[in-house]
Design a protein. Structure first.
Length: 285
């Protein structure tokens, strides 16, 4: 953890992206302050009971709290979802108007077993190898250790085709201090580890997807009126946005008008900015 909020120094983005491209993941250490973590923990506390909100299957984890609709329950998680260093990466990895796909807390209680290996955008039925349709982040709210169930990754597996990991495939635990985050490709094989320690391991995982792909959680419905309090950037990630020319409209209008009467999409410049970025991504065409 750091005493002060980490910035986004020049050159850092290129380094983060290079590691991500090479290994399929990158760890950003000490990215939020102790005070920010304390606020998040306090908001989550009522949802982390050992006997409630446990997973319904082995993937969710029978000894794991899974807290969904998170921004409605713990609004300070917005700090993680739109963290500047993560967003800087997303702006390069996904198309403009990318969306928040899932956003949940995962609290592994002692005795939780290792999760099945998987990759996060596997439910989009497109053959591999392929570009990722989503990018995931897992924030360590507690220290992540080998003993307490740190997320395990298979470095380089984001480039795999249709091969699957076997019992002998080596995984690497992402050991990191509370307040750090691992950002990884939706095509990277990984899992939650087994918690062999005596204390719970708390993580928060915002996952982002291309603007043309369906979100795992319906964030507009899940967040409700509380969405009006978030930044325009976060509102757009929730679904208050248009993917040109008109994906996401409500009754023919920009959805942000539902939470902001004064919103004028033409005056915002967002449409022009997105169109220019798409042209850049297509090499000027
Ligand atoms: O809890 C973890 O460390 C990873 C969980 C995960 O990958 C998932 O549930 O999709």
């Amino acid at each position: 953890m750091t005493a002060e909020r980490a910035g986004n120094p020049a050159g850092q983005l290129a380094d983060d992206l290079a590691r991500y491209e090479r290994d399929g993941f990158v760890v950003i250490p000490g990215a939020v302050t102790d005070a920010e973590l304390d606020t998040i923990r306090a908001e989550l506390e009522p949802h982390l009971d050992e006997s409630r909100l446990l997973g319904r299957n082995d993937f969710e984890g029978f000894r794991t709290n899974r807290v969904y609709a998170l921004l409605a329950k713990a609004p300070s998680v917005a700090t993680l979802v739109e963290h500047e260093r993560v967003v800087a990466m997303l702006d390069r990895l996904l198309m403009p108007n990318y969306l928040l796909s899932a956003n949940l807390a995962i609290n592994l209680w002692p005795g939780e077993t290792a999760q099945q290996l998987h990759f996060d955008d596997s439910f989009y039925p497109l053959p591999r190898p392929r570009p990722a349709i989503s990018v995931s982040a897992i924030w360590a709210i507690d220290d992540f250790t080998e003993e307490n169930g740190a997320t395990e990754v298979i470095a380089g597996s984001h480039r795999w085709g249709d091969e699957v990991p076997g019992p002998d495939t080596a995984t690497t635990p992402v050991v990191m201090t509370a307040g750090s985050v691992v950002v990884f490709s939706g095509t990277l094989w990984h899992r939650g580890g087994a918690n062999r320690s005596a204390r719970p391991r708390l993580a928060i995982t915002p996952q982002y997807c291309e603007p043309w792909a369906r979100q795992q959680e319906q964030h507009v419905l899940a967040t409700g009126d509380g969405a009006a309090a978030f930044s325009p950037r976060l509102q757009a990630m929730l679904g208050y946005s248009i993917h040109p020319p008109f994906m996401g409209h409500v009754n023919g209008l920009h959805p942000r008008r539902l939470i902001d009467d004064a919103y004028d999409p033409a005056a915002s410049g967002a449409g022009e900015a997105a169109t220019a970025r798409y042209a850049e991504m297509r090499g000027g065409r």
